[in-house]
Design a protein around this ligand. Sequence first.
Ligand SMILES: [Zn+2]
Length: 449
Amino acid sequence: MLSRLFCRTLKKAKNPPETDSKPSEQQQRVNSSDGASTTRAPLAEERKKETKKKRSFWRLFCCCKRKHRVSPLCDDDTQPSDEHRRRFPNPAQMCYMNSSIQSLLTLKDFVRDVSSQENMLRQCPEAVLARRFMEIVRCRYSEDALRKLLLLMRFKRVLSVQASEFKGPGCKDAHEFLSAVIGQIQRLASPTQTMAVSVGGNYTCPVSSSLTFQMQNTRTCKGCGAQSITVEDFCNLSLDIIPRGSVQGMLQMYQKETQLEYSCKCGGNTSDHYSRFLTLPKYLMLHLKRFKFTKDLKILKLRDPINICDELMDEGLYSLISVINHFGSTVNDGHYVSEGLHPDEVLDGRPERWLHYDDKDVFETSRTVVRKWRQRTCYVLFYQRQRCNMNSSLLSLLTLKEVVRDVSSQENVLRQCPEAELARCGAQSITVEDFSSLSLDLIPCTRRG
Ligand SMILES: [Zn+2]
């Protein structure tokens, strides 16, 4: 029965409706006010019949959970709550994809940035993946399991044109999936920008505005002290696991000075190396290296408990908003679920309300529960820059702190002045040129503190 249904869905997918065709009534409802119903309600009897039919499909969509049950089952016959409407079908090991997409949908500004560029994306033939993503965004509250499945399969098919590892069934790595999605959307920037210019518009890459950041790598020869500085773009960082360590600790470990082999002109062959944030993204995606290869090339899963920090960096600059978890011992055998900040919540004041996304089961949970029970399973974490700290001067200053370290004797002053103090000073839009005058402002500021 399941395979028959699945085949029928795939057959249907061969003639997909035109991407940019007129949105259905359901889509229009979702478009109009993010879920609030504005269209005429169908007759109660008709609607009841339709809902019953749709619900019966959902019963079939719970593939890998039979082996890895991580949540209580929801009763399909109860009236779906708003949370429940966000569920995704999973007829064939799609949990890695469902969890990843649910986490991406938690990044409200990222979704908004893609939506706001939709007009340009629609006109660019290369931008199919971004258009498919928007179809999922529009359909996320739909109770139509088959339509959701169709859109998810179409998204996966487009992604796998350039990332063949996602072709075909089977569970894949959620981090690799997210990296492929983000990387491909990022690569759309160039053709879409060109197209936008040709029609007198403009296009800003949603990945660049939400997820990309720069790290500055500094290498110093131990022999002669010669320094080499390179700047690298990232969309996420992969952190080594420190057993019983914290996410903050692992992030610090990433930036810690290490020694590496490097043949210098002076004849020396050891250098010191460290990385620092040069810019900070709106959303910081962190991947924990829970899988490692053994000597005989078997994949070993590390289940060490990790302290999932609520906040990261100085002054709690970043707040935790989503966690993707992996259950099971191997990538191919496991099950993914994701948890994220409740869409009705705003970040100010550490909101407790979160949602748990486990394919067709979506229910309310709390930040405390996630932090307590996901220590051994957390795999990909998303942190959002706090709104109260989004002051551009603070960010510029954090950036400057790193640049200035190498070029200016004012570093000492900066180090003594906590960022929040600076923000209170009301220093606005600091640039590198402004640095000398800024440091004068800093002195009274530190004295006051
Ligand atoms: Zn040297």
